[in-house]
Design a protein around this ligand. Structure first.
Ligand code: NDP
Length: 255
């Protein structure tokens, strides 16, 4: 369990859910992890404590994405935290995980321009500028992993705007994979299906049973199911995979 020793990682939105599990898994492999969050400081602190309890290293970075100056704020905190702990600002692994969703869905007729803009600001624009800003900090052989969604492969009209943002993040993967290949930096998308992020719906057995039917394995995903895939992509073993769409939906897309 030492595949990422001496590596540093930024996981956006790692105070909870898939991001937290990813931060924990990367740290368990030896990476120093920047636990980014928007507002939920207690949850971010809990992620850090869980990592430290297992002997890992992490620090928190607060920055609300989707507002003016968001990426600048994020990188000020990231670079400060890295410098204090490593003496430098190298970030080996960037995981674009933070996103806003429309949990219950919105009929296409009811999507407002403001809601559309907010989804794109957090889920598509921020990840693009995070990658752009990370470029000088990423060493050759670095890793960028963008969290998409199985919803880019199945039609769900109530999630059209959210799904469009995930289509956009897959385009970041495609084009930056080509752009960064000369430096040995891989860029991939990971697409979860329905995954238990600790949200209230996962406490309702009937709802969970219904959602479980969507996966070929007839259960909802656990955050660590996705985190393990992301962690593999971060390792040296995954060096030959770039520009890929990795289905981490437990067979949901098999139909
Ligand atoms: P959660 O809703 O559990 O957590 C979201 C995380 O993102 C939190 O850490 C939150 O910080 C942070 N965040 C939210 N909005 C902002 C913002 N404006 N600025 C900065 N940080 C923000 O996420 P999930 O674990 O459910 O999802 C993780 C990723 O997986 C997302 O990209 C999502 O689209 C994708 N996905 C999830 C699926 C699922 O079923 N869970 C299915 C398919 C894809 P804070 O705690 O401070 O609010």
């Amino acid at each position: 369990m030492d595949k990422l020793s001496r590596k540093t990682a930024l996981v956006t939105g790692s105070s909870r859910g898939i991001g937290r599990a990813t931060a924990q898994r990367l740290a368990a492999e030896g990476a120093l992890v920047a636990v980014h969050y928007a507002t939920n400081e207690d949850a971010a602190q809990e992620t850090i404590e869980l990592i430290e309890k297992d002997g890992g290293r992490a620090f928190g970075v607060r920055a609300e994405l989707g507002v003016p100056g968001d990426v600048h704020t994020l990188f000020l905190g990231l670079e400060r935290g890295l410098k204090e702990r490593t003496g430098g600002t190298t970030v080996d692994i960037v995981v674009n995980n933070a996103a806003v969703t429309t949990p219950t869905g919105v009929q296409p007729e009811d999507v407002t321009p403001d809601e559309f803009d907010r989804l794109f600001a957090v889920n598509a624009k921020a990840p693009f500028f995070i990658v752009q800003r990370a470029l000088p900090l990423l060493p050759d052989g670095g890793r960028i992993i963008n969290i998409s969604s199985g919803l880019t492969r199945v039609a769900n009209p109530d999630q059209v705007a959210y799904s469009m943002t995930k289509g956009a993040i897959e385009q970041i993967t495609l084009h930056f994979a080509r752009h960064l290949a000369p430096r040995g930096i891989t860029v991939n998308s990971v697409a979860p299906g329905i995954t238990n992020n600790g949200g209230p719906v996962f406490d309702i057995p009937e709802a969970v049973a219904q959602m479980a039917q969507l996966s070929a394995f007839k259960r909802v995903g656990e955050a660590v199911d996705v985190a393990d895939v992301v962690t593999f992509l971060a390792t040296h073993e995954a060096r030959w995979i770039t520009g890929a769409f990795i289905d981490a939906s437990g067979g949901t897309l098999l139909g």
